[in-house]
Design a binder for this molecule. Structure first.
Ligand SMILES: [Zn+2]
Length: 436
């Protein structure tokens, strides 16, 4: 078999992802015109063949593909229904590292589906990218799996706009009416966690320790933002104490000048709507939630979407921990409240495998957090946090599964855990809350 199959290994998103090779690095050179919402790009992808390949495919949304080269040679290609199929002039050998260059252009549109519009989206005056789980092909050709790669992202935009991308800013050059921003993301990153934010933003420093924490906000929100995010450094310190070192070299908070339904995490970044900044810290739990995803979701990424509770249950539990540490309702109070709430609705979701239509169901978030609460109660403080810190350290920048987590937790306690995980994760009825 010399043909890279189109099948992904992900059980929830079988249309995304391509077999036969893996991507090591993406170098994206993009030009974006805000007024016309036009994106012109050149993607240089370094990949490695996992088998002898006479053809392979990538995921790419509704763009016009102008040219595809493999190892510098023109390749024949066909682009339809979200797949770019490429046939290089020569077969690629097993294990060969090869370069794919793709030139493309068009008006980026989000990928529409059961979760609404995902990916590159126009704002009133700018653009945002929020790709979880399948929006990456809305702005660059990729192997849209959870496997990670390095990124270099160059984006040219009209000068009044600020461009914030996931990565460390390496340079910023002014041209005639445009500015070119270069961001480098060396930490292995899943395509869905890559993001670009374009807006008339002011850049602010939030805190410098343990890594620079910066914000890009509409200037008129400066005072309310300063108030609502005043405890960001405390949240960061609490989480580094509890979970171990922050996994990236910087953190960026972006507040769009549009309302957003939910904030969204990207690698080293979180994106909020202006509606999440109200001068009353009403949404501080979401600030904590998005920051916690840097450990749970972004550094440790699920190997398959069915393990989504490893992201959302953990980020929700982190909200509860921050609430407790900051003098708000305690973890026990929140666990009791949410348990009572869940007890009133039908227990129809398997947390360990909720199904594609329920993967972002609030039950996965809250019952996932309650699973960690039950585990915390059974293990005790010292063993629970030692277990969590080593979970984060051992799988840093890797892919994780529920089975791995169960095995990992068992190493930190003599108490049996199988019944706990089985009743909370693998069965539908809601188990009773453990006595405190
Ligand atoms: Zn989340």
């Amino acid at each position: 078999m010399t043909t890279g199959s189109d099948r992904s290994t992900d059980s929830y998103l079988p249309q995304h992802g391509n077999g036969g090779y893996r991507v090591l690095h993406y170098d994206l050179d993009l030009d974006y015109r805000v007024e016309s919402n036009r994106l012109t790009g050149k993607a240089t992808i370094t990949a490695q063949a996992a088998q002898a390949l006479s053809r392979f495919s990538l995921d790419l949304g509704q763009f016009r593909v102008q040219d595809v080269r493999v190892e510098g040679h023109r390749a024949s290609f066909a682009h339809r229904a979200g797949k770019l199929r490429v046939k290089p002039d020569k077969q690629l050998g097993y294990g060969a590292t090869f370069k794919i260059e793709i030139r493309y252009a068009g008006k980026p549109v989000p990928i529409s589906g059961r979760w609404g519009d995902i990916g590159w989206d126009e704002l009133t005056d700018g653009a945002l990218v929020a790709s979880q789980p399948n929006g990456a092909p809305s702005w660059f050709p990729c192997n849209d799996r959870l496997e990670k790669a390095g990124f270099l992202l160059t984006l040219t935009a009209p000068t009044p706009y600020t461009v914030v991308a996931t990565g460390d800013l390496v340079s910023r050059r002014r041209g005639a009416g445009t500015t070119t921003w270069v961001y480098e993301r060396n930490e292995p990153t899943a395509p869905y966690l890559m993001s670009v934010q374009v807006g008339r933003y002011e850049l602010l420093d939030l805190a410098a320790i343990p890594v620079p924490q910066r914000a890009a906000i509409p200037p008129r929100l400066r005072r309310t933002f300063r108030h609502d995010f005043a405890r960001h450094a405390d949240i960061m310190r609490t989480f580094t104490d509890l979970f171990g070192p922050y996994p990236f070299r910087s953190y960026a908070v972006v507040v769009t000048d549009d309302d957003l339904d939910d904030p969204i995490e990207a690698q080293g970044m979180a994106v909020f709507g202006r509606n999440h900044v109200d001068g009353w810290r009403s949404h501080e739990r979401l600030v904590a939630h998005e920051l916690a995803h840097q450990w749970f979701g972004n550094s440790l990424t699920v190997a398959d979407w069915r393990h989504i509770w490893l992201n959302e249950g953990f980020a929700t539990y982190a909200e509860w921990l921050w609430s407790s540490y900051s003098g708000g309702p305690t973890v026990q109070t929140l666990a009791t409240q949410w348990h009572a709430t869940l007890a009133q609705s039908p227990a129809d979701v398997l947390v360990a495998n909720p199904g594609v239509s329920r993967m972002f169901d609030p039950v996965v978030y809250k019952r996932g957090a309650l699973t960690l609460y039950a585990l915390h109660e059974r293990m005790g403080d010292a063993a629970f946090f030692a277990m969590l810190r080593s979970w984060v350290a051992e799988h840093r920048h890797g892919l994780v599964t529920t089975e791995q987590f169960r095995g990992h937790a068992a190493r930190f306690t003599a108490a049996p855990l199988d019944d706990l995980f089985t009743t909370w994760l693998d069965r539908r009825p809601l188990p009773p809350l453990p006595a405190n």
